[in-house]
Design a protein around this ligand. Structure first.
Ligand SMILES: Nc1ncnc2c1ncn2[C@@H]1O[C@H](COP(=O)(O)OP(=O)(O)OP(=O)(O)O)[C@@H](O)[C@H]1O
Length: 576
């Protein structure tokens, strides 16, 4: 984690310097004040003390200025590091795989709290110990110069308060820190799951159990936090005890030295107040050390996201040449080593302007094909060429500009219809937005309507149509436009709406290259080709009319109708 802050090294060094200056100024202020009071007590003329008086004022001011500078510089460096870390995490998430691997609430915690822990480490765990080291050495040197046993006593006190107590606090805080980080993740996972699934939980009467889970996670976190606070209190108490013991020890040593005549009375006051001030240097360390356990646990969770192997290779920055559409050969994909092939040797051609329907039973690999085309995953074997260029060899965003559409579960953002549409084309004029809404059968006057979280204020049909409108809005890049990949655009719609949406969709996309993944077999007459996928392999391909005459899943599905369509089919059966 510290390595992440390396680019901000000079700023952190300046922060350490400013922190050390602030602490040194605080100690020096007390030392000079002690000398001033003790010397003034000896009734010297006040003018002889003018330098010390000015020094006291200067130290008082410079202490505040240096502390301010330290806070500004270290927080600035830490926040810049944090934004670098966040950018890396978001970039990693854009490669999609962690999104599928982690639960939503857990991922939110990793993104927010665990990333924030980096700041905790840099601001509290890095700068204060280094500043303490620099100032502590200086203070011990001054004390030793005044009285060797006093200096040694102070060194021992500072080592105990600045090293032994923080080490003990770090050891004692390791397990609670881990539990605290895990507890925070458990609470937000339970909360987000409950909020997302609230309608279903209410419908099945499972809400009280879900709330009980949230309460249990909350109670566990509170318990751990309370123990954490106790630990912090113990650390602060131990520091105060050590400070008191060192002060008394120094005083006794100093008084003995004054009686022996080896130390004058004025340096005695300086020595004792130096010891008192010196513990300001190590005071923040036990608290910071006790937090190291949770910082380490948060760092491990953060690197869990950053180290998740990507499902695709981002590719170098070079645009693909314009050309002959999509050409897939021998495509094989699986979701993990040893898992069955979701796609197992698929060939598919979609020349510009051609419309291909991909159908097949549930789990046959249709959405996996869409995921490869949207560049959410890379092929494990085989090739996908778009206009002559291998899609894995060009940046994912370049491919997504030429292959666009609607994933199986499109997301609507809690904003207006206009803003949801502009996601696809930020510079689209209202006239374009109205026209695309009309094309998918939505009222063009809806532009300013708030759709609610995940489009909750729209009907299911309207949500689907809005997502379709967004897919259709992507600017065309050639005559046939970008290849449109629509993954079940009519799912969740009632049969009448489904037919109407498909009709509107096919009319609105006339002349455009398209892959339509669907379970609506009746409406495919306007498609140029139908490809039937079964168990990740192409079992039949042809025009809708040809397939209607061939035995197999397509003909069975058509005769069974929308309600009776077979969900699965045996892999080796004669009806493939
Ligand atoms: N994220 C994932 N992790 C692991 N396996 C997955 C994942 N997504 C899909 N699969 C598996 O890959 C296979 C193909 O799934 P896919 O979603 O592509 O099928 P589909 O034809 O789109 O199904 P449906 O018509 O039900 O949407 C299935 O066996 C499925 O269990």
């Amino acid at each position: 984690m510290v390595a992440l802050a390396r680019p901000r090294g000079p700023r952190f060094a300046l922060g350490v310097l400013a922190g050390a200056t602030a602490t040194a100024a605080g100690v020096a202020l007390l030392v000079v004040a002690a000398w001033l009071i003790a010397t003034a007590a000896a009734s010297l003329p006040l003018t002889a003390l003018s330098v010390a008086i000015v020094a006291t004022r200067a130290l008082g001011v410079s202490r505040g200025v240096a502390r301010y500078l330290e806070r500004v510089v270290t927080h600035d460096a830490a926040l810049r590091t944090l934004s670098d870390v966040r950018a890396r995490v978001y970039e990693r998430l854009a490669w999609t795989e962690p999104v599928h691997r982690f639960r939503a609430g857990d991922l939110v915690t990793r993104l927010v709290s665990d990333t924030d822990a980096t700041q905790d480490l840099l601001v509290r765990g890095l700068t204060p110990p280094l500043a303490a080291l620099v100032t502590g050495a200086g203070v011990v040197a001054v004390s030793t110069a005044l009285l060797v046993p006093g200096g040694l006593l102070l060194a021992a006190g500072l080592l105990l308060g600045g090293v032994a107590v923080p080490l003990a606090a770090a050891a004692a805080g390791r397990a609670p820190g881990r539990r605290r980080t895990a507890g925070r993740a458990a609470l937000s996972t339970a909360l987000v799951d409950t909020m997302h699934g609230a309608p279903d939980l209410v419908a099945y009467g499972a809400m009280p159990a879900a709330i009980a889970r949230v309460e249990a996670a909350d109670a566990e976190l509170t318990r751990v936090e309370r123990r954490d606070a106790g630990l912090l209190g113990l650390g602060a108490g131990a520091s105060a005890l050590l400070a008191g013991l060192t002060l008394w020890g120094t005083l006794l040593c100093g008084v003995a030295a004054v009686q022996d005549g080896t130390l004058a009375p004025v340096p005695l006051a300086v020595l004792v107040l130096t010891a008192l001030a010196a513990f300001e240097i190590v005071a923040p360390l036990p608290g910071a050390a006790a937090r190291l356990g949770s910082v380490r646990a948060a760092g491990a969770r953060l690197f869990d996201v950053l180290d998740t192997p990507p499902a695709l290779n981002p590719g170098p920055a070079a645009p693909p040449p314009a050309g002959d559409g999509l050409r897939i050969r021998g495509l094989r994909v699986r979701y993990g080593p040893g898992e069955p092939w979701a796609l197992n040797g698929v060939d598919l051609d979609v020349p510009p302007g051609r419309r291909v329907a991909v159908v097949g039973p549930s789990g046959s690999g249709k959405s996996t094909l869409a995921a490869v085309l949207f560049r959410f995953r890379d092929p494990d074997a085989g090739t996908v060429h778009l206009d002559g260029a291998d899609v894995t060899a060009v940046p994912a965003d370049t491919v997504r500009a030429r292959i666009t559409g609607m994933p199986q579960d499109p997301h609507l953002f809690a904003s207006t219809v206009r803003e949801n549409l502009r996601l696809a084309r930020p510079d689209a004029a209202d006239a374009d937005l109205r026209s695309v809404l009309a094309r998918v059968g939505l009222d063009p006057d809806l532009l300013d309507t708030e759709v609610g979280p995940r489009g909750a204020r729209l009907s299911g049909g309207m949500r689907r149509r809005l997502a379709l409108a967004r897919a259709l809005l992507v600017p065309p890049t050639g005559d046939a436009g970008p290849l449109l990949v629509l993954d079940e655009p009519t799912t969740h719609l009632d049969p009448d709406t489904r037919a109407a949406v498909l009709d509107d969709l096919l009319a609105a996309t006339a002349g455009r290259s398209m892959i339509l993944i669907t379970h609506d077999l009746e409406a495919l007459d306007r498609m140029d080709e139908v490809v039937v996928l079964v168990d990740g392999q192409v079992s039949r391909r042809g025009t809708p009319a040809e397939l209607r005459d061939l035995p197999g899943w397509f003909r069975n599905g058509l005769s069974a109708g929308p309600q009776g369509r077979p969900a699965t089919i045996s892999p080796g059966g004669p009806e493939r």
